[in-house]
Design a binder for this molecule. Structure first.
Ligand SMILES: Cc1ncc(COP(=O)(O)O)c(C=O)c1O
Length: 367
């Protein structure tokens, strides 16, 4: 993915300074712009003053404890495991459950962290076609011996296209296999989709005993670090089967306090989610009116692609000249990027109607 962005000159915001110039910012993953929110910044600064950058050993600090409590409350689980990155979360989750399954079936366009995570388990890995439950059914039939237990893994929301994995269909495909598990990298969905913002499992209505997520606090929540919500049994499995929490330093105290504040803000202000969905609906509707094929969806990642005779790299540059920054994604330029170039528009809850209209009006002239 290229944005030609050199350097931020202000905290992240829907309107911010990049390369010494004030621009409308439609990139990245901070869907509520919380990374630049004064409450989040103040919480991080306070924690740094009170506790320094971190324990230096494996001690807990109040911000780390607060993240776990707030995450468990947000996801309505008994507990949660907080680690230094979302990237490592897929590894942590699939290693924790490694005694519970024999083989992994994975969407072939899943994020790099999903593949690195499942490879670390040493289990056999069978990729199935992107977003394709029929292919999953066939691969399950072809590869599983009687009594073998499958684990299915996928991104919940894909980072470049914003596609939502058909989790309900995956759960149906798994019904004949007793003990089958579903694990979802929900980095782009937590805090964003589902009635309570709990992510893709909630959105698809498949929350249950054998469904797990690895999320991140580094995107919608405005902080940093991976979060794996779950019951006490899962926490036991993590402590028995996974070395990351014991062998890696916890997130920096400032990052933890920022994450805790992000969780607090998203929990206490569901109206932010409604505003985000509203903005997403306006952007998607506006693009459809321009002839861009975008489905109705609450996901704030909106791709522009598949337009014949349009040079999207040129469109990105022209937008930038007008003070609007979007990302250009080359063909297959990221884990799930399509084989055609695309623009990736990230919608924030804090974008104004005027900003969205200006982007759409500019695109109307350029596409
Ligand atoms: C699908 C997905 N999973 C995991 C990650 C990594 O999350 P983190 O930045 O918290 O390490 C990303 C990062 O962009 C991602 O897109």
């Amino acid at each position: 993915m290229t944005t030609d962005i050199k350097q931020m000159g202000s905290p992240l915001a829907a309107r911010m300074i990049i390369n010494k110039r004030e621009v409308d910012y439609f990139c990245g993953t901070s869907y509520y712009a919380l990374h630049g929110d004064p409450r989040v910044i103040a919480a991080a600064c306070k924690a740094l003053h009170e506790y320094g950058t971190g324990p230096g050993t494996l001690m807990d600090s109040p911000p780390l404890v607060e993240v776990v409590a707030r995450a468990a409350s947000f996801f309505e689980t008994e507990s949660a495991q907080y680690i230094v990155s979302g990237y490592l979360g897929d590894m942590l989750l699939t290693q924790a459950l490694s005694n519970d399954y024999d083989m992994v079936f994975v969407d072939d366009s899943s994020h790099y962290s999903v593949f690195d995570g499942i490879r670390s388990t040493g289990k056999r890995i069978i990729p199935f076609s992107h977003l394709d439950p029929e292919d999953l059914i066939q691969k399950l039939r072809e590869n599983l011996k009687p009594k073998q237990i499958p684990l299915v893994m996928s991104d919940g929301v894909f980072p470049m296209t914003g596609a939502i994995a058909p989790l309900r269909e995956y759960v149906k495909a798994l019904a004949p296999y007793e003990g089958a598990l579903l694990c979802v990298d929900d980095s782009h969905a937590v805090g964003v989709i589902g009635e309570k913002g709990q992510g893709t499992l909630e959105y698809c209505g498949v929350q249950g005993d054998n469904c797990y997520i690895a999320g991140t606090l580094s995107k919608a929540f405005g902080g940093l670090g991976g979060i794996i919500p779950g019951n006490n049994e899962l926490m036991e499995k993590i402590s028995h089967n996974v070395r990351i929490p014991a062998g890696a330093s916890p997130p920096c105290t400032g990052a933890a306090a920022a994450s805790a504040m992000g969780l607090k803000i998203v929990s206490e202000h569901p109206e932010m989610r409604m505003q985000l969905w509203d903005n997403v609906a306006s952007m998607r509707k506006g693009l459809r009116q321009l002839g861009v094929d975008v489905p109705d969806s609450p996901v704030p990642i909106v791709p522009v692609t598949g337009l014949s005779g349009v040079n999207l790299k040129q469109v990105q540059h022209s937008l930038e000249e007008k003070g609007i920054v979007v990302a250009h994604v080359p063909p297959r330029g990221y884990s799930d990027a399509p084989d055609k170039e695309s623009l990736r528009i990230a919608v924030f809850s804090t974008h104004t109607r005027e900003q969205i209209d200006k982007l759409l009006a500019s695109l109307a002239k350029l596409l």
